[in-house]
Design a protein around this ligand. Structure first.
Ligand SMILES: [Zn+2]
Length: 90
């Protein structure tokens, strides 16, 4: 699989590290029990989608950019690659 880095161009996936789901983290509600439960689900009970999925990738053996890659988990086709913003949002 090759990932088209916005700075470096198409590069082998071996140059990147997958850093997890790029879905937004739960927003604090003010109720600690609810927040802890939502955070537990977000961290440990991840989905395993069949189809398009956004994930964080780090180009460690290249430009060292954090990327958000939209990839089909069945075909591995990449439909979008963009820089992750500085707030860590997808
Ligand atoms: Zn790069």
């Amino acid at each position: 699989m090759r990932i088209p880095c916005p700075y470096c161009g198409p590069r082998d996936v071996a140059e990147f590290n997958y850093l997890g789901d790029a879905a937004p983290a739960p927003i604090a509600s003010g109720d600690d029990a609810v927040d802890q439960a939502a955070l537990f689900v977000h961290i440990y009970l991840r989905d395993n989608p069949a189809g398009p999925h956004q994930g964080y990738w780090y180009h460690g053996n290249g430009c060292r950019s954090w990327l958000v890659v939209t990839r089909d988990t069945i075909s591995h086709d990449i439909s979008e690659v963009r820089l992750a913003d500085s707030r860590g949002r997808a």
